[in-house]
Design a protein around this ligand. Structure first.
Ligand code: F6P
Length: 534
């Protein structure tokens, strides 16, 4: 018997949903003229408007009660104090310590001195690169950086450097290589001057085959260009220093992070070095500051006034009580175009599990499918389904009040669409007599308005979603900090790889996989076939 779906709070919500399923959001506004004020929250220049949801005060109280019944308060304190919240790997999850100030003990040792030491090394290194005192071949100033990494070793720095591009002055251009597809690294290397290129290899395990293959290709490229000193232009960021040294990167060029930092939670570690290189270390420290401010908000706010808890519990409401399978992330800001991709990994790699921390299958839906795109492009892609489709798709709309550009007219049009879409989804309309032109409305959304996209507010935003994911996993009783599900595919790929190194018919797999491999072998590059196995 599940303690979750048989709990008083869960059953109360299940009953309450019967009522709210027939509620109209517009009627909820009519019933409460102060609804916007009562269902919105401000934290440090960020406004969350959750009034356009299928909830009333009872809903929010019942959701808060569920969070209390699931022990959210104690789980949160355990997270911040370095408890082994990542039970399957017997680790803490201390991304909060990376941006914290107070001592935090892991196995009895305060981790903050090494956190601060690494920040100091990042400061010295990024200052040196930006000043030219740390340079490339023949004293060439570093004009470009190649960041090689994938998943959490890519998405965070990629998003942050794109979002903070207006702050990138006086530093090198940063290029990201993640996919093993040779096209990715070839496209990156083509325009670069090797002598002035710094290479950063980022891998927590330093065993991810895509990253190591890309690193070898870039090392060959660099060696061909500058000779044996190529290694001087390599830096590694990893929790496995030994493997980085074995790869050939000198220890003084290795920035460590630790096993108590999850890959998808690692932007706040040395993994975020590209932000310091492109925008300066003060910008990276501001990013940390913003995330820390969200940490403090999360730690010190009652559920009903906690932005992460509100986002999390609204997601639980639609996921577990209305059967919504997906959550749309819709940034109305080109600088945040990669936010859906970043949140996909953060959320789906944390919450996409079926077994709880007690080792038993959970008996409710867990992680939602996170997807989305930047507005207004998204309006010309999938908004038809959002407005007139048959599915309930809760959506987070995110926008910035003050853009960095001076295109006032452009921004006004963008913001007019931002405001219009959530209103139209909620209010609907019967534009004409035909059924096809009827907009049912009553489609819920959250609106997040940020005063200005700065390193600090970006830190606030990303930490908000980190804690939202954490809260949802507390409710479901899942460990959000491991990712066993990514191993099976990797292992099978490692087994298939040598079978591609010949032209023999495949026969070691299921009939489909054998057939696919045979078709590939019959149609791949004939130069390879004539050349035969390497
Ligand atoms: O996707 C699986 C995963 O382990 C992610 O959790 C991680 O961010 C990514 O691969 C890269 O791992 P690493 O940083 O060890 O190369």
């Amino acid at each position: 018997m599940s303690t979750l779906t048989d709990s008083a709070a869960w059953l109360a919500l299940k009953s309450h949903q019967q009522t709210m399923a027939h509620a109209g959001i517009t009627q909820l506004f009519e019933a409460d003229p102060q609804r916007f004020a009562n269902f919105s929250l401000r934290v440090d220049g960020m406004l969350l408007d959750y009034s356009k949801n299928l909830v009333n005060h009872d809903s929010m109280q019942l959701l808060a009660q569920l969070a209390r019944e699931r022990g959210l308060g104690e789980r949160m304190r355990e997270l911040f104090r370095g408890g082994k919240v990542n039970a399957t790997e017997n680790r803490a999850a201390l991304h909060t310590a990376l941006r914290g100030e107070q001592p935090v003990l892991v196995d009895g040792v305060d981790v903050m001195p090494q956190v601060r030491a690494t920040l100091e090394r990042m400061q010295i290194f990024s200052d040196g690169v930006r000043a030219g005192s740390i340079s490339g071949h023949g004293g060439r100033r570093y004009s470009d950086v190649i960041h090689i990494g994938i998943g959490g070793s890519n998405l965070g720095p990629l998003l942050a450097t794109q979002a903070l591009a207006p702050y990138a002055a006086g530093g090198p251009r940063v290029h990201f290589v993640s996919n093993i597809d040779m096209a990715a690294v070839q496209r990156t290397l083509a325009p670069l001057d090797a002598a002035g290129t710094l290479v950063i290899v980022v891998s927590k395990t330093f065993s991810t085959i895509e990253t190591l293959a890309n690193a070898r290709t870039v090392r060959d490229w660099l060696t061909r260009a500058v000779g044996d000193t190529a290694g001087r232009q390599f830096v590694a960021i990893t929790a496995n220093t030994q493997r980085a040294v074995e790869f050939g990167i000198s220890e003084e060029n290795i920035f460590p992070f630790w096993d108590w930092v999850g890959g998808r939670y690692s932007l706040w570690s040395a993994v975020g070095l590209p932000v310091a290189l492109a925008c300066g270390m003060p910008a990276f420290r501001d990013l940390l500051r913003g995330a820390h401010e969200m940490d403090e908000h999360f730690r010190n706010s009652a559920s009903e006034k906690s932005m992460p808890v509100l986002l999390a519990m609204l997601g639980i409401w639609y996921n577990n009580f209305f059967g919504a399978a997906t959550q749309a992330i819709l940034p109305y800001d080109e600088s945040l175009a990669l936010l859906p991709a970043y949140l996909q990994q953060l959320d789906m790699e944390s919450s996409g599990k079926r077994v709880g921390t007690d080792g038993a299958d959970i008996d409710c839906d867990s992680g939602m499918i996170i997807w989305g795109a930047a507005g207004t492009d998204a309006q010309h892609s999938f908004f038809q389904l959002l407005h007139q489709g048959t599915r309930l798709v809760p959506a987070d709309f995110i926008a910035v009040c003050q853009p960095h550009h001076t295109g006032e007219e452009h921004h006004a049009i963008l913001m007019a669409n931002f405001f219009a879409q959530t209103a139209a989804l909620m209010n609907g309309a019967a534009i004409a007599a035909t059924a096809q032109e009827c907009f049912p409305g009553n489609r819920p959304s959250n609106s997040l308005l940020i005063d200005r996209l700065t390193p600090r507010s970006l830190g606030l935003l990303l930490a908000l979603y980190e804690h939202k994911v954490f809260v949802q996993n507390v409710i479901w009783g899942i460990n959000p900090f491991d990712q066993p599900g990514v191993e099976l595919g990797k292992k099978l790929a490692t087994r298939i790889l040598p079978d591609l190194d010949n032209n023999a018919p495949a026969n070691g797999y299921d009939d489909s996989t054998n057939g696919l491999i045979d078709f590939y072998k019959a149609n791949r590059d004939t130069r390879y076939r004539e050349r035969g196995p390497q």
